[in-house]
Design a protein around this ligand. Structure first.
Ligand SMILES: [Ca+2]
Length: 442
């Protein structure tokens, strides 16, 4: 397999290529539905948007789209390759599988007309990578390598773009000077004084953060937390997954199947009282973040998200980015994402309290079970003034790769409950939090 690749590389390059191909082969087998889900490292390359055409300044660009890691688009001097998505789309990321040594640096730009290009991102090559793009729309995505970085020759085995539909009209306009949606009259507050948007299920699962969450068997912050003087708590970690369990608790070994059609039929993953139709509430103050485009995310509809058991990691994830953007993500399994488009909901979160809610609940669309997702923001953290800042429904036509976990329909909605609801963030190294809750709602 290695011998079939371009040979203009050093021994170091060959070693890296061998490692990559062993991962990549499993990846593309899985992408074709004939094997276990791919490893975490390269799984971002399994998806990608449909490409209508491809062109390049040199070489054979189609070889970067043929699904074969043993073939590649090659160049030895300044060069570019363009993916034409056929229509203007919201561009989220490019995924690049370099064959052999990656380019030492590269640029990604986007264009609506294939003539005028605007820079979107730049990076340093790594053998298998996903390069996020700044909030960009475009039809053409160009990967360019300058002459110095192309020496002694670079090769791209596979290139993909993650894109989503451009929103024609925002579901709800972001607040400008005040909230656009007030909770309906008659709603009541929870034990923290935080307005509950949807009524709880009588006798249903419900969890509120206790005064000292360190001794709560249903709350697993997984990292040390410390109390603040004002009653809030501090987390200082670059990778945070604070898990909340139902009253049943979490024991992954008791999950009997991850087969998607079975989960959809029985309605849960671990137990009938898994978190399913939920309102997840949390307040945060991000004091510092090394990656201000990253997000805090409240999510549910699966178990633990880990590489060894990819199919346990299903979720809908409501994200509030530290730069004020919001969106939802559908994670068919860990890690296979479909990302919705961003909306700008507020200004930077740094140094101030905000409240954020993720609401996930099943609805019926066209006689079939669909999933409605909402994000709500309490921008001034008064606990009462909530505005809906995002809304979407997954009716079974919204992306996804559930076939890798045995589904008969790849885009099937995640209609089942899961044993874990979670408060997640990465690359925000000092965050205070309070008033967390998860409730099963009507
Ligand atoms: Ca190829």
């Amino acid at each position: 397999m290695v011998r079939a690749l371009p040979s203009a590389h050093t021994k170091r390059g060959d070693m890296r290529r061998t490692i990559f191909l062993s991962i990549g082969s499993a990846l593309f087998a899985a992408a074709c539905g004939s094997g276990a889900p791919p490893s975490q490292e390269c799984s971002q390359l399994a998806g990608g948007s449909a490409v209508a055409a491809v062109r390049a300044s040199a070489g054979t660009p189609a070889l970067a789209l043929d699904g074969n890691l043993a073939t590649s688009w090659n160049c030895t001097s300044a060069c570019w390759i363009d993916l034409d998505l056929g229509t203007v789309r919201q561009l989220d990321a490019v995924a690049i599988a370099w064959a052999g040594l990656p380019a030492t640096r590269y640029q990604v730009s986007a264009s609506e007309d294939g003539v005028s290009y605007a820079p979107s991102s730049a990076g340093v090559g790594a053998s298998c990578q996903r390069q996020p793009l700044s909030a960009t729309q475009g039809r053409f995505v160009r990967l360019a390598i300058d002459a110095d970085a192309a020496q002694p020759g670079v090769a791209v085995a596979e290139l993909r773009v993650d894109a989503s539909d451009v929103p024609t009209a925002p579901p709800t306009p972001p607040p400008s000077g005040g909230p656009v949606t007030q909770p309906p009259p008659g709603r009541v507050a929870d034990a923290f004084g935080v307005t509950m948007l949807y009524p709880s299920v009588s006798g249903g699962e419900s969890w509120s953060m206790p005064a000292d969450p360190r001794s709560d068997s249903r709350f697993n912050p997984q990292n040390p937390i410390t109390p603040n003087a004002d009653g809030s708590w501090k987390m200082k970690n670059a990778q945070v997954r604070m898990e909340v369990y139902t009253s049943t608790g979490y024991d992954g070994s008791k999950i009997r199947t991850y087969a998607r059609d079975t989960l959809a039929a029985q309605g849960y993953m671990l137990a009938p009282n898994d978190w399913r139709n939920v309102e997840i509430t949390g307040f945060v103050r991000v004091n510092s973040a090394s990656v201000p485009t990253d997000d805090v995310t409240w999510y549910a509809r699966g178990g633990r998200h880990s590489a060894p058991i990819p199919c346990e990691g299903s979720a809908y994830k409501g994200g509030l980015h530290i730069d004020g953007r919001v969106r939802f993500e559908k994670e068919s399994w860990h890690v296979s994402y479909k990302n919705a488009s961003y909306l700008q909901a507020t200004s930077s979160l740094i140094g101030r309290w905000v409240g954020f809610k993720t609401v996930i609940r099943n609805v019926t669309v066209g006689g079939k079970t669909a999933v409605k997702m909402e994000s709500w923001l309490n921008d001034n953290a008064d606990r009462v003034t909530w505005a809906k800042v995002y809304e979407m429904t997954d009716d079974g036509t919204y992306g996804g790769d559930a076939s890798a976990c045995g589904a008969s329909a790849p885009a099937m909605p995640i209609t089942w409950g899961g044993p874990i609801a979670a408060f997640r963030w990465d690359n925000a190294e000092d965050v205070d939090f309070r008033w967390l809750s998860v409730r099963e709602i009507q």
